[in-house]
Write a protein that binds this ligand. Structure first.
Ligand SMILES: *[C@@H]1O[C@H](CO)[C@@H](O)[C@H](O)[C@H]1NC(C)=O
Ligand SMILES: *[C@@H]1O[C@H](CO)[C@@H](O)[C@H](O)[C@H]1NC(C)=O
Ligand SMILES: *[C@@H]1O[C@H](CO)[C@@H](O)[C@H](O)[C@H]1NC(C)=O
Length: 178
């Protein structure tokens, strides 16, 4: 779930980069350091890949212009999980989740389908370290389970895979006479 969050961040910014031509007035200002890819670029995938790789350091420190927080470390205030599969019931809350190592990503696969407004992205990260505080409550079979404390974990060879679908929307502004 933690990875899901960061993926949204990463792909959201790809989305921003690869958004098609909008009318001049509507186009949000992208910072000059973002390599812009055009929707009708025949090498759109390659362009987006280069753009995403070029932004590695930027992600590391965060991009305030695009409201992207630093990913080294990436701090997620809270994640709640509820698992309920009959015999096993588990409710857990992780707080102050600190994730390190994500800025070291490589892109394995990146494909943008501008017609379907769909983006597929597979990345891998050699090492990810995670720190958090957890509270857990539940039941396994008949056994009650409860606990809280520090959560620390190291993951290696993490593969992150995501599919983003987007939608166009039309903004209608109605001016009402006074
Ligand atoms: C969150 O975690 C980081 C690193 O694990 C620690 O430095 C920071 O003090 C913690 N913040 C809170 C509010 O617990
Ligand atoms: C990133 O990965 C490279 C090798 O792929 C490694 O040498 C480097 O120490 C890593 N950096 C971090 C911050 O994990
Ligand atoms: C995670 O890795 C770091 C450095 O590689 C090490 O110091 C730490 O003890 C490891 N943590 C766990 C929970 O294995």
């Amino acid at each position: 779930m933690k990875f899901y969050y960061i993926l949204i961040l990463l792909t959201a910014s790809v989305g921003a980069v690869s958004a098609g031509p909008v009318s001049k007035k509507e186009r949000p200002q992208l910072p000059s350091f973002v390599k812009v890819c055009r929707r009708n670029d025949p090498n759109l995938d390659m362009c987006a890949r280069q753009s995403l790789l070029a932004m590695k350091d930027l992600f590391h420190y965060g991009i305030p212009e695009l409201f992207i927080p630093p990913i080294t470390p990436l701090v997620i205030p809270e994640i709640k999980m509820d698992q309920d599969s009959g015999a096993i019931y588990l409710h857990s809350t992780f707080k102050n989740i600190t994730v390190n190592g994500l800025a070291n990503y490589t892109i394995n696969e990146l494909h943008i389908n501008p017609k379907k407004m769909r983006l597929t992205l597979v990345m891998s990260v050699p090492k990810v370290a995670m720190d958090a505080k957890y509270v857990m409550k539940g039941k396994i079979m008949m056994m009650p389970l409860m606990g809280n404390g520090d959560f620390k974990a190291n993951f290696s060879d993490v593969e992150l895979s995501t599919l983003i679908t987007a939608e166009r929307y039309i903004k209608i502004i109605v001016y009402l006479p006074r």
